[in-house]
Design a protein around this ligand. Sequence first.
Ligand code: HEM
Length: 213
Amino acid sequence: MALTGLFLITFLVVHAGVNAMIFWNDGGVTFNMVAHFFGTNIFIRTMEIVLFLGLIAHVVDGLMLWRQNRAARPVKYAMEKGSASRSWYSASMGILGTLILLFLIVHLWHFWVKSRGIVGSLDELPLDPEGQENLFALMVQTFENPIVVVIYVLGCFSLFWHLLHGFKSAFQSLGLNHKRYNPIIAAFGVVFSIIVPTLFALMPVSMYFGWIQ
Ligand code: HEM
């Protein structure tokens, strides 16, 4: 779980970085250029397969862990001590993970399925002046719908909670903990868990309100 989790975290950094190009507010010129490079680069396209395998492994591992935990204690505690024994988000990793998975299905349907021509025709995609697929215009179109924007913000919120626990827990599972460095890892984890999902959430929100055009 820890290794696949850290791998998915590196994907998030790249994904957020590429998407953040929309904040240049230049009509998507820079973003489309970078997205086109990533979409056509053979190394990145190969990594896309590794990414999906990593994602599946992370979900399967998570389900196995959840089953193991249940099997270890078939009879529930008479009294749950709640946050005294485990923090709320630690206990809810499964629920949050499931919410992120649901968000991902909706998200891939909006962008990936369309941009890869898996469903529908590539001819239906908006094009930029150079005749290349205009992912920026697809984003603007997608985030015209307020319900979609709310789903994305909730997805980002689930990601925030999931990362908040997952980040430091990954280091612990790998045995990478040391009295001196633990506070630094924990602090970095908190900052990361806030910055990345906030950056993502700002994308649909700023497009919906027309701050980015
Ligand atoms: C909220 C703002 C987000 C926006 C605007 C956004 C936008 C996009 C776009 C445009 C693509 C298609 C890229 C292409 O076809 O070349 C994509 C793909 C993808 N996104 Fe996002 N994304 C967001 C958040 C997220 C989050 C939070 C996750 C993960 C938890 C995520 C996971 C993915 C995955 C797995 C793919 C497919 C893999 C790939 O194309 O390489 N996205 N996203």
